[in-house]
Write a protein of this length. Structure first.
Length: 147
């Protein structure tokens, strides 16, 4: 019994000591990531692909679950022939903001099996002041391509 009490007392004494070798370290570890750069065209290409995939997923949900309701979006009139997995996005027009607000880009969507759809993508940009810093926001609007 004395050995158990002695062991408990030693644990309390060592646990409560102010010696640094027993105290937990407060050094914070910082891991720095290498800065990644991406071109403006690639950034918009990724944003466009996400918007198109979101539209396809929403259409599939509405077909599977007729009670599924979503707020009306500009993509409701978009008629894609193939509702499949996107393999590639090709921007046929260069991304040039003539009036710094919006631009239309003809875009080809390539699905698995080399099936293709063509749509018009409108990129709308606005400048917002956030915490004293001016930030440019972008919104992607998908439109049906009419030949």
């Amino acid at each position: 019994m004395n050995k158990v009490l002695l062991f408990i007392c030693m644990c309390v004494v060592l646990g409560c000591s102010n010696r640094k070798e027993f105290a937990p370290s407060n050094d914070s570890i910082t891991i720095e990531k290498a800065p990644t750069t991406i071109s403006l065209e690639n950034a918009y290409k990724i944003l466009i692909e996400e918007k198109i995939q979101d539209h396809i997923d929403t259409q599939k949900l509405q077909l599977q679950y007729p009670n599924f309701k979503q707020l009306i979006d500009t993509t409701t009139s978009l008629k894609l022939n193939y509702q499949e997995t996107i393999q590639d996005i090709t921007l046929l027009d260069a991304i040039i903001f003539e009036n710094e607000n919006s631009t239309d880009i003809q875009t080809v969507i390539t699905y698995d099996g080399n099936k293709q759809d063509t749509i018009i993508v409108t990129i709308k940009r606005t400048k917002v002041l956030l915490d004293g810093e001016e930030i440019t926001t972008s919104k992607i609007v998908l439109k049906e391509y009419k030949e």
